[in-house]
Write a protein of this length. Structure first.
Length: 255
């Protein structure tokens, strides 16, 4: 017999829902300046299209990339969501509200903890915690999550309004939201939050890496996405393109 009680801990997740537009849409929008428009559903991507996309991305002609729009669902801890939400241009979001939802909360914990950095550094994290200290932190974190879940459940069962009971939940509680954003938005937010940036290692960079894996597999934005990632000044190319020669061959780049 299975239990209806959800697991205490849950992973960060990124789910693709649907998309409007793609590489051909971006090309068509850019060519509107010359009063041209192709048949997106039947016309293949041509080398001239790839050259146009590369030109647009390299020279930061960004508006055509905003006409391709993706809808996704993200589940992450609250502290990650709040950093992710700092990016506001080209995206709209609707989040689960605990004013209305009183289900048992679930939480997120990193696979490893990090020490506080040198005192001269005002943010970020230092070395990985190891040994007995790491074990104790993990054990105590799980115990704390259990304590907070049980306390929340007790308050709700006693009749406290969910909108007030939620104030006792910690920032590593999982939340979920739907966001609809342009392809340019995703390139920008990834440039800010992916591995190698100053975004928080625990959680935020992990979410960014999950987004990159999913978007890189979408054929309709194959060229637009990779070119935006390459020429986005905030993107660290080495973390995205493992085989630069193969990437340049894909987009027809000449050394």
């Amino acid at each position: 017999m299975t239990s209806d009680i959800p697991a205490l801990l849950a992973p960060i997740s990124f789910e693709f829902i649907d998309m409007m537009g793609g590489d051909k849409r971006t090309c068509n929008v850019a060519r509107v300046s010359h009063d041209k428009w192709g048949l997106e559903s039947t016309d293949p991507i041509l080398q001239s299209d790839v050259r146009l996309l590369r030109y647009l991305a390299r020279h930061q002609h960004e508006s055509p990339f905003m006409h391709t729009v993706l809808t996704t669902r993200i589940t992450a801890p609250i502290f990650v969501a709040r950093q992710w939400f700092k990016s506001t241009i080209g995206v709209v979001r609707n989040e689960v509200s605990r004013r209305y939802v009183d289900s048992l909360p679930v939480f997120w914990l990193p696979n490893e903890f990090h020490m506080r950095p040198d005192k001269s550094i005002k943010q970020g994290s230092g070395d990985v915690v190891t040994g007995d200290k790491a074990y104790n932190m993990q054990h105590n974190s799980i115990a704390y999550a259990e304590f907070m879940r049980n306390g929340y459940s007790d308050l709700v069962n006693e009749g406290l309004a969910p909108e007030e009971a939620r104030m006792f939940l910690p920032q590593n509680m999982m939340t979920s939201w739907i966001e609809t954003g342009s392809l340019l938005y995703y390139a920008r937010v990834l440039g800010l939050r992916q591995e190698g940036t100053h975004a928080q290692k625990a959680g935020t960079q992990e979410l960014a890496e999950k987004v990159k894996v999913v978007l890189a597999r979408k054929k309709r934005i194959e060229y637009s996405y990779q070119l935006l990632m390459k020429y986005n000044p905030r993107t660290i190319l080495e973390n995205y393109v493992q085989n630069e020669a193969a990437f340049d061959a894909l987009i027809g780049e000449q050394k």
